[in-house]
Design a protein. Structure first.
Length: 206
């Protein structure tokens, strides 16, 4: 009996379909948590904090809060950017820009997820490439932001003994690590999981 390879036509490899869908949905849930952490790191003004019995100061990307005044004000201001402090202001504002850019990239990732999950076979087969690229860009931007703040914390004179990196910095760190995990899972799934459809063997009785 002779066998020949022929296209499956309307038949599908539902195992591949379900597995890819599960990977996309699972990483989307994790990504949404990462997205929430990124937003929190921008909104919560606690990238660097100082706590003592009499004084509490917290630096956010765009606000500074102090227990002396019990208010949060815009930061950094012009008065904070004279002389040697110009470098600090420039770097701190760069972090604010990078984190805003990270939100834009993550928003694009969310759109890519929705398009892939609502699309057909072609999108599920090839969409992981653009999605993983967007995810890794977001990871790199957030990792750069985290690193810049850590560098300033270690080298700037304003961060004397008693200062520490705050919860917003931790949010950013956890966010990009989670994004890296999603990226790795999507790339692995895209490269190793079986394709939908394909070919099957049928007997040739002639």
């Amino acid at each position: 009996m002779d066998f020949r390879l022929v296209p499956r036509g309307e038949d599908r490899n539902y195992t591949g379909f379900l597995t890819k869908t599960i990977v996309y949905v699972s990483t989307l849930v994790i990504f949404l948590a990462s997205f929430g952490l990124t937003l929190s790191s921008i909104i919560v003004p606690k990238w660097a904090t100082y706590d003592s019995d009499k004084l509490h100061i917290a630096y956010g990307l765009h606000r500074r809060c102090s227990s002396l005044t019990n208010v949060c004000e815009s930061f950094p201001q012009k008065d904070d950017c004279h002389g040697e402090d110009r470098y600090f202001c420039s770097m701190w504002r760069s972090v604010g820009f990078l984190m805003s850019f990270a939100i834009v990239l993550q928003g694009m990732c969310l759109v890519a997820y929705l398009i892939i999950l609502s699309g057909g076979k072609r999108l599920r087969e090839s969409g992981w490439k653009i999605l993983s690229l967007l995810l890794i860009l977001g990871v790199l931007v957030q990792a750069a932001s985290m690193s810049i703040v850590a560098y300033l914390y270690d080298n700037e004179h304003r961060f004397f003994v008693g200062w520490k990196l705050g919860e917003s910095w931790i949010y950013c760190t956890v966010s990009w690590c989670t994004g890296l995990l999603c990226t790795a899972a999507i790339i692995a799934a895209g490269r190793t999981l079986p394709s939908e459809g394909g070919y099957e063997l049928i007997p040739d009785n002639s």
